[in-house]
Write a protein that binds this ligand. Sequence first.
Ligand code: F6P
Length: 319
Amino acid sequence: MKRIGVLTSGGDSPGMNAAVRAVVRKAIYHDVEVFGIYHGYAGLISGQIKQLNVGSVGDIIHRGGTMLYTARCEEFKTPEGQQKGIEQLKKYGIEGLVVIGGDGSYRGARALTEQGFPCVGVPGTIDNDIPGTDFTIGFDTALNTVIDSIDKIRDTATSHERTYVIEVMGRHAGDIALWSGLSGGAETILIPEENFEMEEIIGRLKRGHDRGKKHSIIILAEGVGSGVEFGKQIQEATNFETRVSVLGHIQRGGSPTAADRVLASRLGARAVELILEGKGGRAVGIKNNQLVDNDIIEVLKQKHTIDPVMYQLSKELSI
Ligand code: F6P
């Protein structure tokens, strides 16, 4: 294999740049040329492809976002779109592709592999919702951004003796809410994977208030529902002064943490090794701090789950 491509796709995540850097440098280290595909699968279809050299990925390891830009692409979900992509890859003599992104990006990589074009997936999403890996690139940074916000909100919540609802990202996955809630000392954590009883939440808030607690913090994953609506319900049911903060896309930006940079470097380099070993159709990951790779078809068949022990612990520590 003499030429490979790399693209980032779906929602960006801090550390994607570090992963692109690792792919480019690892390939060049092995005398393989690397082509960057800009704007994800949309750019693949329209041929936004440029050769990258060692210097192209200089000064990006510490930057959030992705230098290759990203997009969500409907056309690439069709066989026609995928064929156009393969034609572009062939035009440039590219023989393997590293795809950095979440499950939507993996579906594109699976489709290309099924059509005979070898791809390897690298998990890049703040949601931490890719099966087959303990962590995805960007999760740790997003988590630290959320904790920073919780700590700040806690200060003002205490001063004003208020209840706060903090809405965090995660349409289908509660990892950001669970991990940030646990590490931010939230009283209540609401995630899409677990049902909850409103009476139980109200009861806990009231008990805390009677015990003399100065504030309460509720972390709600966006997939559970609107934080604003939830805040209104809490205020009505308790009569406690309640405020809502929706953190939004602030969670997707910022300089990646050391943990994300290291993870991205390891996973990006491993993806190149697999491509060079002729092992397409794989998804790299990390399990118990060891690099692993799984069949991308199997990864997409599985469903991400939260850690039930951690969820239980969060309940026990917030009595
Ligand atoms: O998949 C990452 C993510 O940030 C989710 O947590 C969130 O629900 C979604 O992307 C937001 O997507 P968009 O930026 O397209 O609004």
